[in-house]
Design a protein around this ligand. Structure first.
Ligand code: SF4
Length: 416
């Protein structure tokens, strides 16, 4: 349970390569002999642009421990895009994949411009055409969606998720231009431009929680956008760099913030908005599997590709320490199967074996699954810890469980 979370200070700081996980922690031949199999990568976060036109103060690319963006080219070359297509095709054939997801990411991917986005899609489709289907999506700040860009996105069936933290006040706490100007109007114009061309192009909102924001106002702003998907994200933090608490005295400020939203969302008849963290928790509580990165302990099959073609671990790890995402593998020198053997990938595909003792003994082990991997980091021990949001996750899951139980009993006398 919550108070099982390790609160002690780290012992002597251990070099990153000795922290969990490192190569010394896994005997992969023995694991394979015992029946474990890696899960093929199916989702690729592709950093086509390494710079951004905004300067959001919580951005894990530019304001976190890892500053490797400084040495990256501004745009991914088309040669690298082609190498990426070849590697994904090779991986799809090896693992009989029929479909992969590719997310255009950055920095701000739309800085690449409409011509580049078209070329990217053409090159990738040419490489993958004979091997597997590809769904292309884009994660953007929304400020650079011109009419021409929207046409290119539509032509290539690239749906766009937009980062927006709520209403103008919420958004402007963090999501500003370098000169301090608000990005809110530009984001709303971008959403409008997408929508005017094609209702379906704007796929979802990604909102980072700030405890200063009113949760109900945030939720209403997102509902008013009439969008299909929403991710409500904990700010990236860990035991060494703890989350902002906004001077809250609560032991569970993030659960306190999310629960009113859950209640409104859950009680809304014919709910069209899919809030991933709530849906995943409900699904796992009801015995389902999966869960994206926030909850659950299913295998993570996501891989990040840097602008220069480096094969990397998921980019949110940049919040832990300099070099946390590096694998030393590149598209030109290594197959994606080689990345499957990297300790940082293996650690995310071994389920319960990646969990710390308190999580293994936790009532919500199979729902929470230790929380987001990035949030488990502690300098000195690495990632085999409960989430720094342990208490919040426990309280949120307990609340959702209680609501489901009440309704199931009321509906037909069943219990969880
Ligand atoms: S499974 Fe989640 S709630 Fe349970 S101890 Fe681990 S981090 Fe905390």
């Amino acid at each position: 349970m919550v108070n099982n979370a390790p609160n002690g200070a780290p012992s002597a700081v251990t070099p990153a390569f000795q922290q969990w996980p490192s190569a010394t922690h896994f005997d992969i031949p023995a694991m394979l002999a015992a029946g474990w199999r890696p899960s093929a990568f199916t989702e690729f976060v592709v950093k086509i642009a390494s710079r951004c036109n905004l300067d959001c103060d919580y951005c894990y690319m530019y304001h976190a421990a890892d500053q490797s963006w400084r040495s990256q080219p501004k745009l991914m070359s088309l040669e690298t895009v082609s190498a990426l297509g070849r590697r994904i095709a090779e991986h799809a054939v090896t693992h009989s994949l029929t479909r992969v997801g590719v997310s255009l990411h950055g920095g701000e991917p739309l800085l690449a411009g409409p011509g580049y986005i078209q070329e990217f899609a053409d090159v990738m489709r040419a490489q993958l055409a004979d091997h597997c289907e590809m769904s292309l999506v884009c994660q953007s700040n929304g400020t650079l969606v011109t009419a021409e860009m929207a046409r290119v996105l539509q032509r290539n069936r690239i749906r766009v998720g937009i980062s927006l933290d709520g209403d103008r006040e919420a958004n402007d706490r963090h999501r500003l231009y370098r000169d301090g100007r608000s990005s809110f109007d530009a984001v709303m114009r971008g959403i409008d431009t997408l929508r005017r061309l094609d209702e379906d192009l704007f796929s979802g909102v990604l909102a980072t929680i700030d405890l200063h924001n009113d949760p109900v106002a945030t939720y209403r702003q997102i509902v008013d956008l009439d969008v299909e998907h929403c991710d409500l994200l904990f700010p990236h933090a860990n035991w060494t760099t703890p989350p902002p608490t906004a001077d809250s005295r609560s032991a569970t400020p993030y659960a306190d913030w999310l629960i009113p939203i859950f209640d409104l969302w859950y009680e809304r008849p014919r709910q069209p908005l899919k809030i991933r963290i709530f849906r995943d928790i409900m699904n796992l509580l009801l015995g389902g599997t999966g869960g994206f990165e926030m909850v659950g302990h299913g295998p993570v099959t996501l891989l990040s590709i840097e602008t220069d073609g480096s094969i990397e671990l998921v980019d949110t790890l940049k919040t832990s320490y300099e070099g946390a995402t590096a694998t030393s593998l590149t598209l030109t020198g290594a197959s994606l199967d080689e990345a499957l053997a990297h300790p940082g990938v293996v650690a995310r595909q071994i389920g319960l074996d990646a969990l710390a003792e308190p999580c293994l003994n936790c009532r919500f082990r199979d729902v929470c699954g230790g929380g987001m991997y990035t949030h488990r980091y502690r300098a000195g021990s690495g990632f085999k810890n409960p989430s720094v949001y342990c208490a919040d996750l426990y309280a949120l899951i307990a609340h959702i469980e209680a609501r489901l139980r009440t309704d199931l009993i009321a509906a037909n006398g069943e219990t969880l």
